[in-house]
Structure formats: C-alpha cells, structure tokens
Design a binder for this molecule. Structure first.
Ligand code: FEO
Length: 400
C-alpha cells in the first residue's frame, strides 16, 4: 500500500521519486524529490488535491485503486506546473466525471499545457469554499509560490494547509513529517532559494495572508509534511524578512591557477576579519548549494579568468543565476586575471542589473598575482568588512 492516512479519510497518495537528479533541466536534486498528492474524503464528496509528475502517473492511479476509490468528484489543481498537474489527464481518463477545480489563470494554463477540455473545470475565486459534506475546502490565492496562478487550500475542520510548492523541499524520504530538522532545514532552504527567492516580495505578502489561519499541519507538494508548522514558518520568516548576515560568498573558476591564488588569499583575509566565507569552485559546484548560500549572504565575490576577452562562461552562468534569484545581497565584487586584455568586469556587472548592490572596486591581475595585487585583495577584504560591520552573525540552522 503506497498511501498513508494523515487523519481518518485523508490520505497521502503521491509518489516519492528517489532517483530523480535534475529538475527543469537546471536544478540538481541530490536528495531526489516527491510529488505529493492528497485524497480528502468528505461525507458527500471526495477530492484529490494535486496530482503527480506524469512520469509516475501509474503509481498515483494504483494508490487510488488500492484505497478502493471508485468515484472522484474533484481534482484540486493548485498550480499549472506539470510535476503537480501533469497526471490530471490520466486521472480524468480513470474518473471522467471528476471536475478540475482551480482558478481562472490556472485553468488557462491547464488548457494550454495539457489540453484539458474547458467543460471539465469548476473555477474558484480567492477565498471561495467547496463543501465535501462534513469537510470544507477553502481556496486561497497565493501568487508566485511558484507561478502567478498558484493557490493553496485550507481544510478548516482539520486545520490542514495544503500548500503546494509553498514550504516544500526536494527531499525523498519515508518520513511522513519532518523529523530531522537539520536535514529538512538544508533542503527547504535550498528549495526556497531556487523556487521562492526570486519572488520574495510576493512570499512576504503570502506569509502575511496565512497569519490568520490556525494551522496544525502543512502538507506541501514536495518533501515531508510539517506537523510542527512553526519550524518552517520561522525559517521562511527569517529568509524573507531578516537582514542579510555577515557572510561572503565567493563563486569562482580558474584555468591556470591565478584566479584560484587570488581567491585563496581573499578567503583568508575575509576570515581573519571575522566574516563567514562560503566558497564555490564553479567548475564542479552544485548550483543549488550556491543558491542556498545566497539566501542570507551580504556579499558575493565573483572570481573569473579571462576567456576570449570576457569572463569565463562558468562565471557568466553564476552571475546570471544570481541576478535571476534576486537574493538580498548588499555588495558585489569581481576579481580575476587576464593577460592581454579583458572586458570581464563590465560584462559581469551588466549581467546583474536586478541586484540592489554596491559594486566594490574590482581586482583584476595581469598574469600571476604580485604583492601589490595581494595588497589590493586585502583592501577589498577591508571594504567588505566595513560594509558588514553592522550585520548580524550567521545563525545556526536552529531557530529558537
Ligand atoms: Fe513543484 Fe512549481 O512545481
């Protein structure tokens, strides 16, 4: 039996994908993921909340069959992205009388992405409710967690929030609820960085919108559920609202060693000034870890050698992603090396227009760094330390 009862008549029917290693052909999944789908039975109607990635649609259908589900009244579609909506056509094939319940924006997406017939939908507005008999689903629009149409569902009688991507994590585990808070903190932070951080102003509004709801369980669409919601709510609050911390991220690549020598020197100089440093060699770094490190860092330093007069492509990707993720960074600097000429600094600066940062003086070195170049790196470390002076120290994962 692949389903588990959360409460009488409420089941997890989704799929754990232990082996998936990449999402959107972009995001590494070192710990796999899950596509959580929930079945809610009321005294009169039965609803399926989200489906699963179409690659594993057969597993979802088997879970429903094992539960003896012969009639499905509603499929609640929180979000158009296919890891949750992609099995709707297969579920409809099995349960042709089921109605897809969603908002108008998501309806349009599901028609475009999956060719779900228009007649199959029931549209719901923000705050609207749907009775299952003795249970009531309340739909709350929560735009940009993750796409503009995304919404969540509050089951008032059970105080369960079905939160879709909001509060999720890419983590394959047999734990129904978060048990290992350290591990969950790491995967939830990484997930927040990759999926939510670009929309952090919307996340802020959506967190405020949920404040009036009494929530005992948060049931997201990826990763384990939260039966101590304050754990994830406090983390989100900290990631969204807190000032960046006394952390510098160095993302670099090196071809013949000059840039690496500079990075080593700068790393040590920063640490001597009491700054926590997170360093990533972009030749083989996990970009999810880099993204997570940007959630609470105050400074990014990009280290690049010069290739064909510009920055190394690895650093172009890092600058582009950093710009797209819109972290709360306050400062940025570029260091690196060249031999006969370079436009690396201007090109990298031009790739980060979204960042509300002060660009510190770059340190670009012809060939191997000399004493004066190391002195300039020391000056850069001093400038960063000065900017970090009033910032809070990094916190451990545990938030009291
Ligand atoms: Fe898990 Fe935005 O889909």
């Amino acid at each position: 039996m692949g389903s588990t009862a959360i409460r009488p008549g409420i089941f997890t029917v989704g799929v754990i994908d232990w082996d998936r290693r990449m999402f959107d052909s972009l995001i590494p999944l070192p710990d796999g993921t899950s596509y959580n789908s929930y079945l809610v039975k009321g005294s009169q109607k039965t609803a399926l909340i989200d489906t699963v990635d179409p690659a594993v649609e057969g597993v979802l259908l088997r879970h429903l069959q094992e539960l003896g589900i012969e009639k499905l009244d509603y499929i609640i579609a929180h979000h158009g992205e296919q890891d949750h909506s992609g099995s709707i056509p297969a579920v409809l094939q099995q349960f042709p009388d089921a109605k897809v319940v969603t908002n108008p924006k998501c309806k349009g997406m599901l028609i475009d992405l999956l060719r779900v017939p228009e007649t199959q939908f029931i549209e719901v507005q923000d705050g609207e409710t749907l009775s299952l008999g003795d249970r009531t689903l309340k739909f709350l629009y929560t735009p940009f967690v993750h796409w503009p149409e995304t919404m969540v569902t509050y089951l008032a009688e059970e105080k369960i929030l079905f939160s879709c991507d909001f509060f999720g994590s890419h983590l394959a585990t047999t734990d129904l609820y978060v048990t290992d808070e350290g591990r969950s903190h790491e995967s939830a932070k990484r997930y927040y960085a990759e999926i939510m951080m670009p929309f952090h102003t919307n996340i802020e509004k959506n967190l405020q919108k949920l404040q009036g709801y009494d929530i005992e369980i948060i049931a997201p669409s990826h990763g384990p559920m939260h039966n101590r919601p304050e754990f994830i709510l406090k983390l989100y609050h900290s990631w969204v609202f807190d000032e960046p911390r006394n952390i510098a991220v160095i993302a670099y690549t090196s071809m013949h060693g000059s840039t690496k020598m500079m990075v080593r020197h700068l790393n040590e100089a920063l640490r001597q000034k009491g700054i926590e440093v997170k360093q990533f060699d972009l030749a083989d770094s996990d970009i999810g870890k880099l993204a997570a490190s940007l959630v609470d860092a105050a400074t990014i330093v990009i280290g690049t050698p010069t290739v064909l007069a510009g920055p190394h492509p690895n650093t172009v990707l890092a600058a582009y992603l950093t710009n797209a993720l819109r972290p709360k960074l306050k400062n940025a600097a570029i260091i690196g090396s060249y031999l006969w000429g370079t436009r690396a600094v201007d090109i990298l600066k031009g790739l980060m227009p979204n960042l509300n940062v002060q660009i510190l003086d770059p340190v670009m070195v012809r060939g191997l760094p000399r004493d004066e170049d190391y002195a300039n790196l020391d000056k850069l470390a001093e400038a960063i330390a000065e900017k970090h002076k009033a910032l809070p120290m990094p916190s451990s994962w545990h938030i009291a």
